[in-house]
Ligand binder design. Structure first.
Ligand code: FES
Length: 372
């Protein structure tokens, strides 16, 4: 895990928002974490926890249990037993759900590891069925059973628990999955911490049993009983040596950004379920990409991504989400100015322009030179 402090996050006050935030049914508890985004990850550090085989591991579903209404918790292990790669709180794995780990539409989803890092022989993930999802969560719920084989890649950590004397955690729905190991790590480290955990109903909120020992450090706030989350009351005024970590639906995270507007830059770290809308509106026309290590120069036409052009040229490159959120395709930029369209890089990283996520980002000028 990379413990460097991240570049600062710019927190802008939004206007006219309620003190709490609703957790809309459509986004409150998505079944599949289609993306993982942190706005405050360590610079250029989409950290791979170990040195895994790029092809991943074929694991066995050891157990499958209902963790809450609509949430299944899977434990994954090696078929013959044995240790799995190490990971740190906030890490996720890619799960290849339909066996097609390919560029032509394999169903790859990212799920946070929600077990305990010291459990070396199993990984745990929790998946909420999302009726309006893209099919990943439905596949997990309908087809994955104990004893099944499943290919996974990673783990990777875009959302590390940064060191601080005091931590404030906010989780919305299935967003508890990366937060839970963070809470346990903060407790083990002797840090001062509190958790605000919201959900539609108490029955829909997973892992209440693991949180029960922490007493009033944890505020369980199902919306049907408590209404909107009181973010302002929970976060309070700025305090020294305090970090805020959050995972949940977009409206919750946006309200939290507003709540933290007066805090020092870099205080808030978030992980999202879905990509934010691209803010870059650079040119859409074709541009040239020189791949230095491969000795190739390619043209990226309108409507195609750099990643697609690179794949078509037969250059091996890692990818996963293809929507600018997981960080797998991050590539060093040696010349040129990228037109960032991802949901992961910090403002400082965008400004520096020496790295880009080639699955979505393009070029501001006619040419980019990449370390590929
Ligand atoms: S950011 Fe996930 S593949 Fe590019």
């Amino acid at each position: 895990m990379n413990d460097r402090l991240p570049p600062a996050v710019t927190l802008r006050a939004l206007t006219n928002r309620a003190p709490g935030t609703a957790l809309p049914a459509a986004t409150h508890t998505p079944a599949e974490r289609v993306t993982t985004v942190s706005t405050s990850r360590p610079a250029r550090a989409v950290t791979t926890e170990a040195t895994p085989d790029p092809a991943g591991l074929v694991l066995t579903v050891a157990t499958r249990v209902l963790a809450a209404d609509g949430v299944v918790c899977l434990t994954l292990c090696r078929p013959a037993g044995g240790e799995l790669p190490t990971w740190t709180p906030g890490a996720h794995i890619d799960v290849v759900l339909d066996g097609r780990d390919s560029a032509d539409g394999g169903m790859i989803r990212q799920y946070s590891l929600c077990g305990r890092p010291e459990e070396r022989d199993v990984w745990r993930i929790a998946v909420l069925r999302e009726p309006r999802g893209r099919g990943g969560s439905a596949h997990v719920h309908d087809h994955l059973r104990a004893g099944d084989a499943v290919r996974v890649r990673g783990p990777r950590n875009n959302f590390p628990l940064r060191p601080a004397a005091r931590h404030l955690f906010v989780a919305g729905g299935i967003g508890i999955t990366p937060i839970l190991p963070m809470v346990e790590a903060a407790e083990a480290a002797g840090a001062d911490w509190r958790l605000l955990y919201g959900g539609r109903t108490r029955a829909s909120m997973a892992f209440l049993d693991r949180l029960a020992p922490y007493g009033d450090r944890v505020l369980i706030r199902p919306q049907d009983a408590h209404g909107l989350l009181d973010l302002a009351g929970f976060i309070g005024p700025p305090e020294p040596d305090t970090l805020v970590h959050a995972c949940g639906p977009g409206p919750l995270l946006e309200a939290l950004r507003e709540t933290c507007a007066d805090w020092p830059r870099g205080t808030l770290g978030v992980e999202r379920f879905a990509p934010v809308e691209a803010t870059a509106a650079g040119p859409a026309e074709a541009f040239e990409v020189e791949l230095v290590r491969s000795g190739l120069t390619l043209t990226v036409p309108p409507g195609r991504s750099v990643l697609e052009a690179v794949e078509e040229a037969g250059v091996p490159v890692d990818f996963s989400c293809r929507e600018g959120t997981c960080g797998t395709c991050e590539t060093d930029v040696l010349e040129g100015r990228p037109d960032h369209r991802d949901s992961l890089l910090t403002e400082e990283e965008r400004a520096a322009g020496d790295t880009m996520l080639i699955c979505v980002s393009r070029s501001c000028g006619p040419r980019l030179v990449l370390d590929l």
